[in-house]
Design a protein around this ligand. Structure first.
Ligand code: UFG
Length: 345
């Protein structure tokens, strides 16, 4: 019988790709999401790709009564992948309490509910390389120190990992936190992708929205960094590679292969690209000349980030496969599908 997995935030960007990947690996998926930053239409698009409509319930996880009720009605869940959280770094600086309340209360409620799962309490947690702050050394291994967070958003990831760590050490909870570098790109079907709310904060949605004509021009934040072309360097990773890593992490716990109650893995490609290299890749794959200009540095930006992925490669047997061009090409096809009204009724 198919194992039943709960995906919180399963209509979101990384969540939706992971739901498809789980289904394609034979899991039965239940999705909860409050749709704060996504659309229920995503469930239909997931079904179009996989041929299976995941069960969906609109639930705000900060509501413990609703979450308790959900777990009472859904016995036999054998693992949880927790994506449901707010993720806009800038907004978290403006509205810190909104972020602390949503991201931490949701997780606390989930962890309390999961105590009722006994040996089935397996959690894959959506974390971020933001926990490393400004790195002392590159590439970043999991042994690099976790530093003071650069934003309330980042702090919620740091605190969440700490809570999970303490609880996994003292209860039957088994957990794996995955520290993503920069997830970009879209599903190869071009039916799933990133859906920014309002003006995008992140580079790639801003690039594709500029190319399609929603934005006038891209501002490249800073050209005087200590990098070969003066712009920041990031380790971009295709969202589908990321989705696969979640399934592998879950299976590791289901197969009792995990070596500690709480493990942590970096997820990136191990290769860094500058903003200008990202633009060049987009222009090459799309054939569109992007309008862009240099602007001031963006406060809080780290100069360079790059993952050492050795641990994930060895322990999870996972390796990112898709390169920057494929990431850009898929993001552009998704943007074109959005413009064609894929989410309209
Ligand atoms: N950038 C621009 N112009 C834009 C947007 C971004 O030049 O309009 C630049 C940024 O300055 C940075 C690079 O593009 O150098 C990547 O920026 P993103 O906003 O796409 O990504 P970040 O690296 O800032 O943020 C990502 C995740 C966060 C996470 C953080 C950890 O989005 O969730 O990595 O470092 F916290």
């Amino acid at each position: 019988m198919a194992k039943k997995i709960l995906v919180t935030g399963g209509t979101g960007y990384i969540g939706s790709h992971t739901v498809v990947e789980l289904q394609q690996n034979g899991f039965e998926v239940v999705v909860i999401d409050n749709l704060a930053n996504s659309s229920q239409k995503i469930i239909e698009l997931i079904a179009r790709i996989s041929g299976k409509r995941p069960l969906f319930e609109k639930i705000d996880m900060t509501d413990k009564v609703l979450l308790d009720d959900f777990f009472l009605r859904h016995r036999g869940i054998e693992g949880v992948i927790h994506f449901a959280a707010f993720k806009a770094v800038g907004e978290s600086v403006e509205k810190p309490l909104k972020y602390y309340h949503n991201n931490l209360v949701s997780l606390i409620n989930l962890l309390e509910c999961m105590t009722g799962m006994g040996a089935n309490a397996r959690l894959v947690f959506s974390s971020s390389c933001t926990v490393y702050g400004e790195p002392d050394q590159l590439p970043l291994t999991e042994k690099a120190p976790v530093k003071k967070a650069m934003s309330p958003y980042g702090n919620t990831k740091k605190i969440s990992e700490e809570m999970i760590h303490d609880i996994a050490g003292r209860t039957p909870l088994q957990a794996i936190s995955l520290r993503y570098f920069n997830p970009i790109g879209a599903h190869e079907s071009a039916l799933l992708g990133e859906l920014p709310l309002g003006v995008p904060n992140n580079l790639v949605p801003f690039i594709t929205q500029t190319a399609i004509g929603i934005r006038d021009q891209l501002r490249v934040f800073g050209n005087d960094y200590n990098t070969p072309d003066g712009t920041c360097i990031r380790d971009y990773i295709h969202v589908s590679d990321l989705a696969k890593a979640h399934v592998v992490a879950l299976k590791r716990m289901l197969d009792h292969q995990n070596e500690a109650p709480h493990e942590v893995f970096n997820l990136g490609t191990g290769t860094g690209y500058s903003v200008l290299e990202a633009i060049a890749s987009f222009e090459k794959t799309s054939g569109v000349a992007l309008k862009w200009t240099f602007d001031e540095r963006r406060p809080g930006d780290v100069e360079q980030l790059r993952a050492d992925t050795t641990l994930a490669n060895l322990r999870l047997g996972w390796k990112a496969e898709k390169g920057l061009d494929e990431m850009m090409d898929s993001a552009w096809k998704w943007e074109q599908n959005l413009a064609a009204g894929i989410l309209n009724d």
